[in-house]
Design a protein around this ligand. Structure first.
Ligand code: FAD
Length: 426
């Protein structure tokens, strides 16, 4: 009987012949050599696209986790690729190190976060893969290989963001920074002011992001800066409560947009501002209990406000069912070949749709706007692009595909979905 698997939101399903949890790299090598293909690795299953879907084998590295070793002077740590980010933060704090930045949650495995170029926000802060010093992987023939930035920079740039198709990462060494504290502040402001001052406000803080609350006309701005002050209590999260209110107003007032807008605006203006100091690992991540599906496009930085204004207009005119806030972040440029931040400062815009409802009409209507502004999709979030589109968006696309063929000449890691992404005939 086939196994059943689904991703975090429940939108992507699979019926693989085998779900395997190898205990070490030796067992993983055996699986890559002999398990039914296509073989897809899973981290925590938090991607919204069918990256992990296969009717062959899903391999989880949940047992291949934890710290391998660290170099205190260089703030570098080597960890197994199945380590979850939450566990990683505690491991690093214990050895006096910190991740320079993080995204919204800490549930992902480090292998999975690297696989889709998972990121946080900050005009000078790169995504997780920019921390890579060394990559150890099992290639498509079942051979353990290792590359390091010092001796083979190109291979780090080729395999750092690789969608589980350039081998299975087993261990990575990451360049961290000394453990630190952040002062985090949150406040609300009118969306018009935010769009006008976007570039200065985003660049004025080490990490800045904002959420546009649909039908409110207001954004919630979040800024984090280094601090050497004593820690203060992080306020209890009210995100889920806020979402429940937005959903209720959506349901009751869906066809009364002016009343909905007035009530949301009133509620948003009353949200108290927030200001606290905490160790880095207690600041970035939140719980996300209400399930959603998501699309996020990475745009040239300066196009962000124009694209966001169009997405807001589209949503408020045609999609009254939407109530999830839209998230806007910035990401520093990097050199990785399949990184959506390749050689450009980025403004990332994410839209969300309640997992209980079909997200596709909204996503299909929004995607042309993102694409018109030169957007590259987040690899783990909904999009409809194929190899011919990616070749135009990624200057090193053909180089990356050549490395992929070398690592996986028999297409062990190529499912039908991956074949479409990479333009591989099956
Ligand atoms: C609630 C929620 C919040 C999120 N917040 C953010 C955010 O703030 N920023 C952001 O950028 N994204 C965010 N995401 C998206 C998420 O970070 C990415 O989709 C990420 O890839 C998921 O990690 P995962 O461990 O679940 O990997 P999976 O989804 O399981 O896998 C992702 C990819 O990595 C590959 N992979 C996994 N492990 C390995 C390995 N050991 N070797 C090689 N390849 C591997 C898989 O094959 C697949 O291609 C969020 C998603 C959710 C559901």
């Amino acid at each position: 009987m086939a196994n059943s698997w689904s991703n975090w939101s429940g939108f992507v399903k699979a019926a693989p012949k085998l779900v395997a949890t190898p205990a070490d790299a030796g067992e993983l090598v055996d699986l890559v050599r002999s398990a039914p293909g296509p073989l897809r690795v899973v981290g925590a299953g938090h991607s919204f696209t069918p990256l992990v879907q296969t009717d062959g084998t899903i391999v989880s590295l949940e047992k291949i986790e934890g710290l391998v070793g660290h170099e205190a002077a260089a703030n570098r740590a080597r960890v197994r690729a199945g380590t979850r980010l939450g566990a990683l933060t505690r491991i690093l704090q214990d050895i006096g190190q910190g991740l320079p930045n993080m995204g919204d949650i800490d549930r992902q495995a480090i292998g999975g976060a690297l696989g889709t170029a998972t990121h946080g926000s900050g005009t000078t802060l790169g995504a997780y893969h920019t921390q890579l010093e060394t990559v150890q992987l099992v290639d498509g023939r079942g051979t353990l290989r290792e590359f390091s930035r010092a001796s083979d920079r190109d291979m780090i740039h080729a395999t750092g963001v690789a969608l589980g198709a350039f081998g299975v990462l087993t261990e990575v060494a990451m360049n961290n920074i000394a453990a630190y504290r952040l002062r985090r502040r949150k406040w609300v402001l009118p969306v018009g002011d935010m769009l006008r001052d976007f570039e200065t406000m985003m660049a004025a803080h080490r990490s800045a992001e904002f959420y546009y609350i649909p039908f409110a006309g207001y954004v919630q701005f979040i800024a984090s800066d280094l601090s050497d002050k004593p820690t203060t209590a992080r306020p209890t999260e009210d995100d889920e409560e806020g979402l429940a209110t937005l959903r209720k107003l959506r349901t009751i007032l869906r066809w009364l947009p002016s009343l909905r807008r007035a009530l949301i605006k009133g509620a948003v203006k009353k949200v108290p501002s927030e200001d606290y100091v905490q160790d880095w690992l207690n600041v970035y991540a939140s719980d996300r209990r209400t399930k959603f599906n998501e699309m996020e496009y990475h745009l040239p930085y300066e196009e962000g406000p124009k694209a966001l204004a169009e997405i807001i207009a589209l949503t408020e005119k045609h999609f009254p069912e939407v109530y999830f806030p839209m998230e806007v972040r910035s990401v520093a440029p990097d050199e990785f070949w399949l990184s959506p931040f390749h050689k450009r400062l980025t403004c990332s815009i994410a839209i969300h749709h309640d997992a209980a409802n079909d997200p596709l009409p909204f996503m299909r209507a929004a995607e042309p706007i993102f694409r018109r502004y030169g957007g590259r999709p987040h690899w783990g979030k909904m999009h409809s692009l194929k190899a011919s589109d990616f070749r135009k968006l990624y200057p090193r696309w053909d180089d990356a595909m050549a490395v992929r063929r070398d690592i996986d000449p028999e297409n062990r890691f190529v499912s039908p979905y991956m074949a479409g992404l990479f333009g591989i005939q099956q």
